[in-house]
Structures are given as C-alpha cells and as structure tokens.
Design a protein around this ligand. Structure first.
Ligand code: HEM
Length: 417
C-alpha cells in the first residue's frame, strides 16, 4: 500500500477511452506529467494581464452590442425568451472570443439555429451513455455505427468542422497558429507550450480547442440560468442586488449610461455572494470522477486498489448540513459576506471549481462573465418566469434545465432604480 493519501489519482484510462473521440489527448483527459505541464501553461495564459484586459473589452462589447439589444427587442415585442439558450450562446461566443480571438456570433436577434451547439450537446450526451453501458456494448455499437454511437460520430463531425472553420478563418487572416498570443488565451497557451519544447500537432490543437469550448460554454450558461431562476423566486435578494448596483452606479462616471466597467464590477460584493450561493446549490458540474493509478488510501482510511474509480458529488457537498449549517438548503447570499464584503471559502469546502491541481483555470474569468452579464441584465430589466413552465433539472456532464428557462423581459423604470 502507498503511504500518501489520494495522491495517486487521475482521470485514468477508462475515462480517457470514453472521452477521446471528442477531447483527444487534451487537458480534460490528461494525467501525470503531461497534465502538470499543460495545466501550468493554461494557468499562465489565463493569469496574464493581457488576458484580463482583453476580457474586459470582450465582455463589455458582448453585453452592450448583443445581450442588451436582444433583451430590449424581446421586451419591446413581448417575445418570451429561453434564457438558458441565450446564456448558452453568450457563453459560447465569449469563450471563443477570449480563447481564440474569433466571434462565432451565435447570439443574434433572431437566435438563428447554430448546428455546432446542437451537435455538441448531442455528442456529449452520447459520450455519457458510454459511462452506463457495458464497455463491449458501446464498443460494438461504435463499430456498427448504431444508436447513440452513430449520433456521437455525426455530432463529432459537425464539431470538428466548426473548429476547422475557425482555424481556416485565422489562417486566411494571416495569423500563425503557433504564434498568435495577441489573439486570445488559447494561443498564448499554445505558444507557452512550444517555448517549453512541446509542439502541438494540428490534431492536438483541434481537440484542445474543443475542450476549451466544453469547459467554458455550458458551465457559464448553467450558472447564469440557475442564478436567474433563484433570484426570480427571492425578490428580497433581487432588491439587495439592485440596491448594490444602484449605489455603485451613483458613484460612477457611467451613471448616465447605466453601464458597468471593470472598476464597477470589482465592487459588486453582494452580487458575487449571490452568484456563489447559487453555484453552491446548483453547481454546473455536479460530480467528478477519478481513478486510482496505484493502490492508495483515502483521507478517511478507505483503501483503494489500482484502477478503482472514486466519484464525488459536488452537488451533495454544497448541501451538507455538517459543512454549511442548518440552513444549508436555503438560498442565503449573506453567508458569504462579512461586513458587507465577500469572503472566499476554501476550495475544498466549495468544490464547484474543483480543488488542488485540477482547479478550474477559468474561474476568475467565469466570475467576471457572470457578474457583468447578471448586473447588466438586472439593472435594465425585471425577468419574470413564464407561468407553469416546468423547471426540471437535467443531469449530464453539466447541469441544465430540461425544457430551458422561459421568461418574459420587463424594462425597469429608470427613475425608480
Ligand atoms: C461557473 C463556471 C465554471 C465552473 C463551475 C467550472 C468548473 C470547472 C471544474 C470543476 C473543472 C475541473 C474539471 C476536471 O477535473 O477535469 C474545471 C476545469 C477547467 N475549466 Fe472551468 N468552470 C467554469 C468556467 C470555466 C470557463 C469560463 C473557462 C474558460 C473559458 C474554464 C476553463 C477551464 C479549464 C481550461 C479547465 C481545465 C484546467 C486544467 O485542468 O488545467 N472554466 N472547471
């Protein structure tokens, strides 16, 4: 038996085999030394000041040129919107913008069908079926191109065609794929890898791009969808968010425009707390699985053999009375505040972004994105749920609402805000 606890765990070969069709050998499935190296380059790329500055410009433009015009169009024409679909498109566009420097422009006024998004979701669902089917069964279905495996392969084709289209646009614009850090965090990371002696093949670049889209798109959309659903049921929380935003706007040079910039978003402690509380109750990634690379002992003394899989439920961790107290099931942003300032909890207590070496590289960007979008929507509009629309959680890799979140949009009276 090995002495150290839980140090010998990784994604493992079974996971890799299941997900390789979509994610290749990218960071989401890597282990050991290759994972450590990739993880370091990704973390550096996301921490760079250039990335932060780019994020600010991109988020501000996305909110004011796409999101607000769409909501204002829906409000003026009394059109109900599926907020989940809106957030999925917003997150997709922004992840591609900050990552690759290209806007897929999926968030338009007509919400035109985007084949990539549906193909991606279908492919992920098919991949997950592999986790519940016996291995020989999905292998046989793959070989015969049957059922979910046939859907996976056709979805994969659409996904990779999309990624190839992005690469072709960059090449046509004269960019060197291996040396264009100015374009986005993803290219910074590719350059850092190259500087450390790891040249990526085109195949590795493509699967890494798919992994980044996976990491950013659905997580952000789930987080914002569940947040707006919770806020609609808690008018007292909505009132406090509005009071905070109003106070920030009154002190700001952007008061007349009703817009927020970097300095304003930084001051949103109550909103940060409300988003964290929503993530605690509805974590976008509900569970994580890992595999023992060697015999090991878990911190509680449980012995695990090489190849054993250990799954933990992030959803349940956020609802443990022993950790969060008697009111663990209540939506109470105040639990994150001390003297009205947001106080971060340990990653191991609030495991929504994972903890340790596999912690989410996009966490800071995710908070910027969520705060910017939520604040800009709430200051301009009241969001009301459409009566009797069923809200049914759907558990795939990422939590979502089975039938979306149907809402109507109501402009706020500026004089009363
Ligand atoms: C609320 C939103 C988000 C949540 C809850 C979340 C959660 C997570 C979790 C749990 C992991 C660990 C996955 C694993 O163990 O394999 C992860 C990894 C990762 N996330 Fe996020 N994420 C969010 C948003 C984002 C965004 C917006 C991006 C980028 C645009 C991003 C980029 C990444 C990357 C690159 C990794 C792999 C990091 C590495 O292992 O080096 N995430 N995320």
């Amino acid at each position: 038996m090995v002495k150290t606890a839980y140090h010998n765990f990784g994604k493992g070969d079974k996971f890799k085999e299941m997900f390789a069709n979509l994610f290749g050998d990218s960071v989401l499935v890597q282990d050991g030394e290759p994972f450590k190296q990739t993880n370091k380059s990704i973390a550096l790329a996301f921490a760079s000041p250039a990335f932060r500055n780019k994020t600010v410009t991109i988020l501000s433009a996305a909110v004011h040129k796409k999101l607000i015009p769409l909501l204002s169009h829906a409000a003026a024409n009394y059109i109900p919107l599926d907020l989940q679909d809106v957030f999925r498109r917003l997150a997709f566009d922004n992840t591609c913008m900050v990552g690759f420097g290209i806007d897929p422009a999926s968030l338009d006024l007509d919400l035109t069908t985007v084949p990539f998004l549906d193909a991606f979701d279908g492919a992920i669902e098919a991949l997950l079926l592999r986790a519940v089917l016996p291995r020989f069964c999905w292998k046989m279905m793959k070989f015969l191109r049957l059922g979910s495996e046939a859907r996976l392969m056709s979805g994969r084709t659409v996904v990779y065609e999309f990624v190839d289209g992005l690469l072709a646009r960059l090449s046509a614009a004269g960019y060197d794929l291996y040396d264009s850090p100015c374009l986005g965090a993803f290219w910074t990371y590719i350059r850092l890898e190259r500087e450390s002696g790891r040249d990526y093949s085109l195949e590795m670049i493509r699967s890494s791009m798919v992994s980044l889209i996976m990491a950013g798109k659905d997580t952000l959309s789930a987080a914002l969808t569940f947040f707006f659903w919770l806020v609609a049921q808690h008018p007292e929380v909505e009132a406090k968010i509005l009071a905070e935003l109003q106070g920030i706007l009154h002190k700001s040079a952007k008061k007349e425009e009703w817009t927020f910039g970097f300095e304003e978003v930084k001051q949103m402690d109550y909103l940060h707390a409300a988003l964290s509380e929503s993530l605690r109750l509805y974590p976008p990634i509900v569970a994580e699985g890992t595999e023992a690379a060697e015999d090991d002992v878990l911190p509680d003394g449980t012995q695990t053999e090489k190849g054993a899989q250990v799954w933990y439920s992030i959803y349940s961790c956020g609802r443990l009375e022993s950790v969060w107290g008697e009111d663990c099931l209540e939506f109470r942003p105040e639990r994150w505040l001390q003297n009205e300032r947001f106080v971060r909890q340990s990653d191991f207590k609030f495991a929504v972004f994972n903890a340790g070496p596999r912690r989410c590289a996009g966490r800071e960007f995710a908070y910027w994105h969520m705060k910017w979008a939520a604040a800009s929507i709430l200051i301009h509009y009241q969001i009301k749920m459409v009566d009797k629309h069923p809200v049914i959680p759907k558990f795939t890799i990422v939590l979502s609402m089975k039938d979306g979140l149907l809402v109507t949009i109501h402009p706020r009276n500026r004089d009363r805000v």
